[in-house]
Design a protein around this ligand. Sequence first.
Ligand code: CTP
Length: 400
Amino acid sequence: MLKDKKIILGITGSIAAYKAAYLIRLLIKKGAEVQVVITPAGKEFITPLSLSTLSRHPVISEFFSNRDGSWHSHVDLGLWADVMLIAPATASTIGKMAHGIADNMLVTTYLSCKAPVVIAPAMDLDMFAHPATQQNLSRLRSFGNYIIEPGEGPLASNLEGKGRMEEPEKIVDWLENFFASQSELQKKKILITAGPTYEKIDPVRFVGNYSSGRMGFALAETCAGRGAEVTLITGPVSLSTEHPRIHPIHVESAEEMYQAAMTAFPHTDAAILCAAVADYRPEAVAPDKMKREDKADMTLRFVANKDIAAILGAIKQEKQILVGFALETNDEIAHAERKLKKKNFDFIVLNSLREPGAGFRVDTNKVTLLDNKGEVTVFPLKSKQEVAVDIVNKLVTLLK
Ligand code: CTP
């Protein structure tokens, strides 16, 4: 899995930097190409000579070479890599990455990097547990970066606890599993609906909802990251995506979303219906802006929209997987089970508005997955990116 993979190894100023030497040996043995980028503090812990000898490449630390003045392009480096691994990552570098403080070659490379970024923190237990570090790590997770949690054990401070950089063998295993997962959905076509729908009242007004589209976009990124071609049908959102395997279709109303979904669905292996589709729309759209005319009240008549999920559930072929969402405020499990059956989903993602940190307009979610075999899996509060990984893991097992 690591053969010919191009890896940027970022090394920062931690005593665990000595483990980077062994990590490079393991990666080279697996056939990877390793380019070390080290911070000035990192060089206090391990010499560039050891690192360049092991990695068979000159080590990069400054923006330009002091010897001949040649420029090290962090942009080219960021484009070259298949993955950027920062091991060990200190609290300081994690903080700089989380806030875009690009005062060294490592952080500028990170900001330019198009490849997945994996971070293996190393620090004292209290530094790791501090809310500043934990919030920075959450921020990095929300950017889609991966964290290899540190292990527990004796630390350089003579204290014991969580903060030791994960062992090089385990980091290599993590990378191998990661690259294996990247091709899991190759040749699969996946349809995702995301965001709200807007139902027009007149040329300047609509009925909508608070959906931000973040969960649907995170799902699209995760599926595309694992090799799938994704058709992303999205209602009005302020998000965008640059992934070459995500093909966005922008719609406004439930009817437009329905039309786009019906066109795409027959050619897909799976559909994840994450959009908050309006159940009703105004019966008539006023051709001109409606005037107040000093009326004390007004009444709008609504008619039902098509239930996209139920229609796809009815036409779904045996091999196609259909995944739905349920956002509930009460009797959550019962409502989700009813929707699972009624719409012929293979599994449904339940989130409750009663759970703090779940639902619309937040970066986190707390979900329960219920499948049509009766299996129920409850997950803790996570970032929407991590929730997307849990959902896509379940999808992958069903597509196999
Ligand atoms: N859905 C859809 N088309 C609709 C309504 C809902 O595709 N017109 C999908 C949603 O994307 C979601 C699932 O159906 O995957 C459940 O949506 P939800 O609004 O919770 O379900 P409803 O059937 O509308 O039930 P409720 O009475 O709770 O609104």
